[in-house]
Design a protein around this ligand. Structure first.
Ligand code: BGC
Length: 749
């Protein structure tokens, strides 16, 4: 990549207030101001995340106007189902090349909010319900994009987990869920990849709009995590630019002349700290410097090569949910029929600001015909429309009746899943459910292919089909990828990055989504997705991490060792079937006798192996210490609990094949014993039992045995363990000084 001569970057302190104020906002919808007096041009940003949405003319943030043709890679929902860092990196590298060719310096992605509810309209743009998987894929994406000279903008920071009232909703979340679930992936990507930029969200958190949330934008992001990059607003998220700059935001997008004037006035009157303005201006200058240094006027890309990258990603993203042996199909058109509008008119991306104008588009119908020759097709339904429903259904059923095997393409239309609003249910449209039932009634060889951007309810009849492929949204090459899987040219290896529940009502956030009166309370706390399903033992349609293959894999010889920083594990995986295939290996960690509220198990590592039939490989997975941390509420910091850690390795969160345990010393801070420390807590400390015995005996009147007998009776003991020692003053008549002496002794004073 050619390094371009960059005009010398001025020092922010040498600029006028007006120049600095100008830097803190966009010049237009996508471009930044430069500093004309220093000959410094601005740079351009562009959506993001699964392909470029570069607009050189009419601009918008809702996907209304055209953008330049660009490769449409699988949206995050598909990319995440690959569970492949390598694939995420390949996609990001290609996007970077396209960005350089368009003169774009920052791509607005990846989106990395946690899928708290299947109903979130933007789930298709997010990776997973799990922070580890989200963080790892985001890191792979950001590292690859930035290594190629294009900045990332990880978004939407933070707690933007719904579209309902997204510009006003105030999120109430408790500390552990905040840090362990919702901020964790952002922490990972910030500390490990240093994204050039981070985009803050529209919503409020704990009463303060994120744009003006000093706790999030300064204390957490910069002070705790050491973020060195620039904070850009989501488009239109800033109302009061001086307040946003003071809180830690650096750049308001798109252009807002009133915001610029307000910053200028605030800086002149002294109500805006000059250091805050200098910080914001410096961040913008640094970003411009980085962007200019990587400009490449000769940059170009090959459309076919990038289509191939999109195809490979799509192949890895398809999850085989059911297969009674019907798949893979033989490459023979005889008796085959294709039904369902999505086969002809693919649903391959979501609606809104991430909408890409694809360079090519393959339909599954064309791809199937390319492999087996002509096959009959019936639309069956029109997504989002009731028009001609009966006639289309009849036509499809006639076709199904005469067919040996029916390939039935179902899914959600763009009208159902979009940025800007949430779904109201997770069902397939009624017309499609009815068609499915009717097709299954007339054919016992039905293969269902699903196109949807977030979990849908899979009815019992759908799950009873001969085979079911969850094909998510696969980008522009999805049609070819689907055909490759159906006919066994590629062995499926995608795994679910989100649980498919039996019913919406079973989902942990159900009672707390999307809130009311512009407030949402994350009442399920830590128990998001599989953490909640597992804690309650709820039956699901398909668990997190699940996905079948045309071959089978065996797991053996798990070895786990504590290392200086975290855990290292190794496991042997063998392809025990008759086809080559890729297996995604997942490592879940639990702490069986933890004193904390914890999910039964949490994903903490994963990797993949590609194996020929009969071949084995030893896979190594490292779990860094940070992944084992919980948020210690009393210390207001991260900590690793001491104790026995159980590691389970398997093919899904509910298909765990090997288990091993290891002791970790932990690094929790000791909290000094106080009058509020309970008897139970004291008993757990070295010397605690003895000291309490002495204390209780000392409190007894002359000649009496004292309250020490409390501990002889198991029930009394349990009750006593709950009592803070300070209460012994009134309960047992022990002098406060005596208790304090005991505490000093225990605290080693
Ligand atoms: C979206 C962002 C997007 C921006 C620019 C906003 O509506 O929330 O994700 O990057 O528009 O299009």
């Amino acid at each position: 990549m050619p390094d371009q001569p960059v005009p010398a970057l001025p020092d922010a302190s040498s600029l006028s207030i007006a120049e600095k104020a100008a830097l803190t906002g966009g010049a237009d919808f996508w471009n930044l101001h430069g500093v004309p007096s220093h000959g410094l041009p601005g740079i351009m940003m562009s959506d993001g995340p699964h392909g470029l949405r570069t607009q050189h003319d009419a601009a918008d943030n809702l996907g209304l106007h055209d953008s330049v043709p660009a490769t449409c890679f699988p949206p995050a929902v598909g990319l995440a189902a690959t569970w492949s860092r390598e694939t995420a990196a390949a996609v990001a590298r290609a996007i970077a090349q396209e960005a350089l060719a368009e003169g774009v310096s920052v791509v607005l992605g990846p989106g990395m909010n946690i899928k708290r509810s299947p109903l979130c309209g933007r789930n298709f743009e997010y990776f997973s319900e799990d922070p580890h998987l989200t963080g790892e894929l985001a890191i792979a994406y950001v590292d690859a994009l930035q290594a190629a000279g294009v900045g990332a903008s990880v978004k939407h920071f933070a707690l933007n987990n719904q579209e309902t009232d997204r510009m006003r909703v105030d999120v109430q979340v408790e500390d552990r869920a905040l840090h362990e679930i919702y901020l964790r992936a952002f922490r990972s990507v910030v500390t490990r990849s240093q994204p050039w930029t981070l985009m803050h969200s529209y919503n409020s958190v704990r009463g303060t709009t994120v744009a003006e949330n000093r706790f999030l934008l300064t204390e957490v992001l910069r002070e705790r995590w050491g973020f060195e990059g620039l904070v850009v607003s989501d488009w239109g998220a800033i109302v009061d630019r001086p307040a946003a700059v003071a809180a830690g935001a650096d750049l308001q997008m798109p252009a807002a002349p009133a915001g610029q004037a307000a910053v200028e006035a605030a800086a002149e009157s002294g109500t805006l700290d000059p250091a805050a303005l200098d910080r914001a201006a410096t961040k913008v200058l640094d970003l411009i410097g980085r962007g200019l240094a990587h400009r490449d006027p000769a940059a170009a890309y090959d459309v076919a090569t990038h289509h191939a990258v999109a195809l490979e990603a799509a192949r890895r993203a398809i999850v085989l949910l059911e297969n009674d042996g019907i798949l893979p199909l033989s490459e023979d058109a005889a008796g085959l029929a294709v039904i369902g509008d999505f086969a002809q008119t693919p649903r391959y991306q979501g609606a809104g600001s991430s909408h890409v104008n694809p360079t090519r588009l393959s339909s599954a119908l064309d791809a199937i015909r390319d492999i087996v020759g002509d096959v009959p097709f019936a639309r069956g339904f029109v997504p989002g429309s009731e028009a001609d429903a009966e006639a289309l259904r009849e036509e499809a059923l006639d076709l199904a009746r005469g067919a040996g095997t029916v390939l039935l393409f179902l899914g959600l239309g763009e009208d159902v899943e979009s940025e800007g609003y949430d779904r109201t249910d997770m069902d397939l449209p009624a017309a499609q459910e009815r068609l499915l039932q009717d097709v299954i009634d007339v054919s016992d060889r039905v293969v269902v292919v699903l196109s949807n951007g977030s979990a849908i309810r899979l009815s019992p009849q759908l799950r009873s089909a001969s085979a079911v492929l969850e094909a998510w949204l696969l980008g522009q090459a999805g049609g070819e990828a689907t055909a490759d899987i159906l006919f066994g040219r590629v062995n499926p290896s995608g795994k679910l990055a989100e649980t498919l529940p039996l019913r919406l009502e079973d989902t942990p956030s159900y009672l707390h989504f999307p809130g009311e009166s512009s407030r949402v309370h994350y009442g399920e706390g830590l128990f998001v997705g599989y953490r909640g399903f597992d804690a309650l033992g709820t039956e699901v349609a398909y668990p997190f991490g699940y996905g079948l293959s045309y071959t089978t894999f065996a797991y053996a010889d798990l070895a786990v060792a504590a290392e200086a920083d975290g855990l290292a594990l190794e496991v042997t995986v063998t392809n025990t079937g008759s086809r080559a295939g890729r297996e995604v290996v997942q490592a879940y960690v639990s702490v069986p006798s933890s004193r904390l509220v914890r999910a039964p198990r949490e994903l903490k590592g994963f990797g993949d192996v590609e194996l020929e039939p009969g071949a084995s490989a030893r896979l190594r997975i490292a779990i860094p210490g940070t992944e084992l941390q919980h948020w210690d509420v009393r210390a207001d910091d991260w900590a690793v609990e001491a104790g026995t850690y159980r590691v389970e390795v398997g093919a899904s969160s509910r298909d765990l094949r090997c288990r091993a345990e290891v002791e970790l010393a932990g690094d929790e801070r000791a909290h000094p014993a106080t009058m509020s420390t309970t008897v139970g807590e004291l008993l757990a400390l070295p010397g605690g039992a003895e000291a309490i015995g002495t204390l209780l005996a000392a409190g007894a009147p002359e000649g009496e045995e004292g309250a020490g007998g409390l501990f002889d009776d198991p029930e009394m003991r349990k009750m006593a363990e709950q009592i803070p020692v300070g209460r012994f003053v009134s309960l047992v008549g022990i002098a406060p000084e005596q208790i304090q002496q005991l505490l000093d002794h225990i605290n080693g004073c």
